[in-house]
Structures are given as C-alpha cells and as structure tokens.
Design a binder for this molecule. Structure first.
Ligand SMILES: Nc1ncnc2c1ncn2[C@@H]1O[C@H](COP(=O)(O)OP(=O)(O)O)[C@@H](O)[C@H]1O
Ligand SMILES: [Mg+2]
Length: 138
C-alpha cells in the first residue's frame, strides 16, 4: 500500500456531490480493504463530502492508505464553525429549507463520522475554515 489521493469538492455542487466518496470506495476495494471497514469509511466520507458541498465554501478530501491505517482528511476554506460542540450534537443543523427539501440537514453527519471512525479530530476557525481528520484502523 502507501497510496494517497486528493479530491476537490465544490461548494453547492449537488450534481457531482458524492463522486469523491464513490471514487474512494472503489479505490479501497481495489486495494483489497475489508468490506466492513470500507462501509464505515464510505459513510464517513460521504457525510464529510456532503458537508463540504452544503456548508463550506469548497474544499478537499485527502485519502491516505498506509499499512494498518486509512486516513481521511477534510479541509475547507470557510466559513468555519462557530461552536464545534454544538455542531457535533445529534440533530443540530443549520441547513436551509431548500437543502432539507433535497433530503439533507438531519444533523447526523458529524456524529456519524465520529461514530464510524476509530479516530476523529475536528478543528475549526470561524472565517478561516474547518479541518477534520478521521482514521480507520485496518
Ligand atoms: N465544513 C463545514 N463548514 C461549516 N460548517 C459546517 C461544516 N460541517 C458541518 N458544519 C456545521 O455543522 C452542522 C452539523 O453538521 P452535520 O452533523 O453534518 O449535520 P447537517 O449536515 O445535516 O446539518 C451543520 O448544519 C453546519 O452548521
Ligand atoms: Mg452533514
């Protein structure tokens, strides 16, 4: 192994949102990662990708596959999260009505990411951006 790749996620692009997490899933299958772990990474990656598309000004997903651990990093360029503890609360969402009509905004994305990953770190600076690092032990 020792594989890494970067995916750009554009803000508000619902037509292509989900593409990066699909490619990541496919790559992990090619690498022979167990389907049980791929499922967790796919869920967490999809939630992270949708958050970049819905809530951020755009960003990147960085995949790093090493012997023993898969790391997914999400990095965006704003607007940041004012209260991370609140954002991590199940059911808490700032999604607009139009986003909710598309079926998003249940406020479960960040909690699901934390629950599916073995390691979860989030740092956010209002006006600067948000960084999330998730690790999955193999
Ligand atoms: N990358 C991000 N940039 C800015 N705000 C974010 C980001 N990710 C999440 N948030 C904030 O955290 C809230 C909770 O996120 P999440 O649990 O995924 O729920 P949902 O996406 O359904 O609103 C969002 O409504 C939003 O206010
Ligand atoms: Mg979300």
């Amino acid at each position: 192994m020792g594989y890494n790749m970067t995916f750009d996620v554009e803000s508000g692009d619902f037509a292509t949102a989900g593409q990066a997490s699909r490619k990541i899933k496919k790559k992990l299958q090619d690498l022979g990662i167990s389907s049980k772990i791929i499922r967790r990474i796919a869920i967490a990656g999809y939630e992270g990708e949708m958050n970049l598309a819905i809530h951020s000004d755009g960003g990147q997903i960085l995949l790093d596959a090493e012997p023993g651990v898969i790391t997914l990093r999400l990095e965006d360029t704003g607007p940041g999260i004012g209260n991370v503890d609140l954002a991590m609360t199940e059911g808490w969402s700032t999604a607009s009505d139009s986003v909710r009509e598309m079926g998003f905004g249940a406020g479960m994305g960040l909690p699901n990411m934390r629950n599916n990953a073995d390691g979860f770190e989030i740092t956010s600076r209002p006006g600067v951006g948000t960084k999330i690092k998730m690790t999955f032990d193999l």
